[in-house]
Design a protein around this ligand. Sequence first.
Ligand code: GDP
Length: 196
Amino acid sequence: SVFQHATFYTTVNELHCLPPPQGVEIAFAGRSNAGKSSAINSLANRGRLAFVSKTPGRTQHLNFFQLGHNRFLVDLPGYGYAKVPFGVRQHWEHLLSTYLETRESLYGMVLIMDVRHPLTPLDRQMLAWFASTGKPVHVLLTKSDKLARQQAEKIRKDVLAFLRETYPQCSVQLFSSLTKEGVEEATAMLGKWLGR
Ligand code: GDP
């Protein structure tokens, strides 16, 4: 898999510190605790890769992992903490919205949502920032192991129906870092995005 050899590349908290836009980037977005780090680690097939993003001082950063020559996975800061100071939130909004709207090398966004709590207001905010780009969005509905099959599948269809209106290039799948459901499907999709 393209993710097998992922290595930490750089961490960025200011737009002017972004690496030059070369090659292909895939951004991973999601609310804190939705299972983003676990999903990245399952895809990368190695223990604690994305937990780099959780080390103190990096939680509000864009954390870049290199997947191969000019191929990057960008772990965006998790959102939804109740008590983020106003200034931090403003900085976050500016950084994220500008990155999502204008980053030339960004191919598509992977949006991570807990299958039990999809499409929170901040998820919708992230999607809204990305809408104008016309770029693809792939949703991982994580923790699928927590719901019965039929229930999870109904949510998947509902989320897809909702997104289809605005994002012709969207796809939605179930995912579990626990059972590894959906790892192959996600790997195939992202491999396509990365041109592999
Ligand atoms: P992040 O904050 O979005 O990076 O979320 P984490 O990956 O740290 O996961 C948050 C919590 O959810 C942790 O306690 C994980 O063990 C748990 N978790 C993550 N993915 C899954 C999953 O697929 N199934 C289950 N049952 N728990 C999960």
